[in-house]
Design a binder for this molecule. Sequence first.
Ligand SMILES: [Ca+2]
Length: 174
Amino acid sequence: MKVLRTLVCGAAAAIVALTVPAAADASSLADPNGKYCVQDLSDGPESCFTTEQALNAYQSELSLTPLLTVFRNTNYVGSGGYKNYVSAYGRIYCDDRTDYNEASQRYLSADKYSNGLSVDLSISSFVIAPNSGCIVTFWKGNFSGDSITKAFSCPNMATCYSGWDNKARSLAVT
Ligand SMILES: [Ca+2]
């Protein structure tokens, strides 16, 4: 019923405004209590949705392809919890500059996976968007302490980088 109601509202809005930005429909499905979230900006707003389908629709309509997806489990198992990070500049790639963060989070304790669990001290695998040119840096502190900077996806933080499984507390995509 919720979907039906939203569609009806969207149709009514289209009649009144005649032109409705494509993103408006997907954005209208946003639910602050939803567990399927995407972080839009550096320490900025995130958009959450009740269903994975709604999150995907939102990202699709905004042309937002996650530059980085982190997983609570190894081998990119989404059912164990995942979180997407998209470009703060609305891009699907990273340029050569490394002094601008395309996406970042100083306090991963503020971020939740799709299943509601905290991202802090729990990342076990991650995917960097293929051909995006992005690199990711993880820190063991809040933009402080030991760090690693990587350009390729990793299915198992324990074997890719010794001592880094469940250790990241902040990250930046550049
Ligand atoms: Ca983990």
